[in-house]
Ligand binder design. Structure first.
Ligand code: NDP
Ligand code: 8X3
Length: 254
């Protein structure tokens, strides 16, 4: 196991769920954190909880390429030397048959889950190569392995994340920069509230009668990936609740 003490870790989507859990777990391990999300007040709450000192906040929409570029360019020393990038910001909108799909929902998912991840990675990876160290962790999903009914475009974005991780790994071969894809099944976060646009009852039903993963379960796995010895790359992790098999096969006690 290697130490991540004082390593600079940039986490997108750190205002909630898996990203916020990563902030807690990585702070505990002694990392210096750059926390990215649109909701600044949420980021401030997390920074306060973590005691501020080793935390730098960026209120940023990852879909806005020029904002991503200028924000990263303006990062002061030592924050600009990012060691670990956790591409976690992402969302799902709607659960509709393809033929009834909403174009705006599709664009929001593609812009966030794909373009946002591509922008951050493209701007950060060259520095990792020139400094001779770095690790990129991309949040995929079981949805990228197994398409489920009405999941169409969300599943496609997560399948594309897998392909991007694979392509990036191939293109970085010969450099010390590592790439891991961490692909969880059902995790109870704000994910379903966002998907169902604040319909709390519908969101709650997604997790009813089973024990889902917690955001901390996923953060632990991400920490495991980045703390392996430098010659070891955990390439892909598929993790599910014990109550889940495949994509939409659940052991529900209802
Ligand atoms: P949450 O909704 O709890 O968190 C999503 C995070 O993404 C928030 O911090 C949100 O912050 C951020 N975000 C969304 N859009 C943007 C944007 N345009 N710019 C910057 N930040 C953005 O969901 P999860 O924690 O569950 O999701 C995290 C990742 O894990 C996603 O990629 C998701 O697809 C993936 N995943 C989730 C699973 C689950 O069951 N929950 C399972 C498998 C994968 P803000 O709104 O403040 O910008
Ligand atoms: C989130 C998990 O199964 O709700 O990626 O799509 S699922």
């Amino acid at each position: 196991m290697i130490s991540i003490q004082d390593q600079i870790v940039l986490i997108t989507g750190a205002s909630s769920g898996i990203g916020a859990a990563c902030a807690r777990v990585f702070a505990q391990a002694g990392a210096k954190l750059i926390l990215v999300a649109r909701r600044q007040e949420r980021l401030e709450q997390i920074a306060e909880e973590l005691g501020h000192s080793s935390v730098h906040l960026l209120a940023l929409d990852v879909c806005d390429r020029s904002a991503v570029e200028s924000t990263l360019e303006k990062l002061p020393e030592p924050w600009s030397a990012i060691d670990i990038l956790i591409n976690n910001a992402g969302l799902s909108r709607g659960l509709n048959k393809f033929q009834e799909g909403d174009f705006q929902d599709w664009e929001e998912m593609i812009d966030t889950n794909l373009k946002g991840l591509l922008y951050l990675t493209r701007y950060i990876v060259p520095g990792m190569i020139s400094r001779g160290k770095g690790h990129i962790v991309n949040l995929g999903s079981t949805a990228g392995h197994y398409t489920y009914p009405n999941g169409n475009v969300y599943c496609a974005t997560k399948a594309a994340v897998r392909v991007i991780s694979e392509g990036l790994k191939q293109d970085l071969l010969g450099t010390p920069v590592r790439v891991s894809s961490v692909d969880p099944g059902l995790v109870e976060t704000e994910f379903s509230q966002v998907r169902f646009r604040g319909d709390g009852d519908r969101a709650k039903k997604v997790y009813q009668g089973l024990t889902p993963l917690t955001p901390a379960d996923v953060a632990d796995v991400i920490l495991f990936c980045v703390t392996r010895p430098l010659h070891v790359n955990v390439s892909e992790v598929l993790l599910m609740p014990t109550d889940q098999a495949g994509s939409m096969l659940f052991n529900r006690q209802t």
